[in-house]
Design a protein around this ligand. Sequence first.
Ligand code: SAM
Length: 259
Amino acid sequence: THFGFKTVREEDKERLVKGVFSSVASSYDVMNDIMSVGVHRLWKDHLIKKLDCGMRPGSEKPLEFLDVAGGTGDIAYGLLDHARDKFHDTQSKITIADINADMLLEGQKRLLSTPYAQSGRVSFLEQNGEVLDKIEDNSKDVYTIAFGIRNFTNIQAGLNAAYRVLKPGGIFACLEFSHVDNPALDYLYQAYSFSVLPLMGQLVANDRESYQYLVESIQRFPPQEDFAGMIRKAGFYVPGKGYENLTFGVAAIHLGVKM
Ligand code: SAM
């Protein structure tokens, strides 16, 4: 990297990831806001509108959503809101899967302040997204993952699991920090990432290490084209070039369709 940051050994990664998210679970919103200067909310809205999920008029079949690394439920409740507001869909269901029980607890707490609290439409699953063995093959219509997959030890295993659990015709959608496509902007972004962010993490959450890990995990995530290739390798049909850059590639949305 430009700033010579050391990498974390793979075998320490899963343990570290669990620790990072346990320690940030309660200050999670603050962290996300700091990381993206608040823009993650716009990116998430954009993803939800782009997917445009919900029971189409005349359909009698509720959809089955799966939000992996769903943590606090941002994407999950957003998907249900969109389905209701645009398609009057009050039946589709979602499973929020996350490896970290503390993050799921945040999601459960937050469920109470949504209209879905008593609906039985939201379920929580403590599970590694690289495995998903508690989820049946060919059972989901839409798989979303936002700011989660870069934490996987084996990203390809995660993509293969996504492919397995989706129904034929099902959609895979990933929102993740990615790589800035303009060299000058990238230089500024790196400087921000490696100096400003850990410092802000220390000041705001008194947790420099977790923030530093997050910056490093972004750095090591495969570039857009390579990640699209991995999605293809899992078996998905990848439409067009396979991704949309958001904010110059600071984040990107990748899509795949199970044929
Ligand atoms: N999707 C939420 C959002 O966008 O606000 C949460 C994103 S948070 C940055 C990353 C989440 O990924 C954490 O909740 C963490 O516990 C989860 N996670 C990390 N590794 C995972 C894995 N292997 N399987 C499932 N979840 C994982």
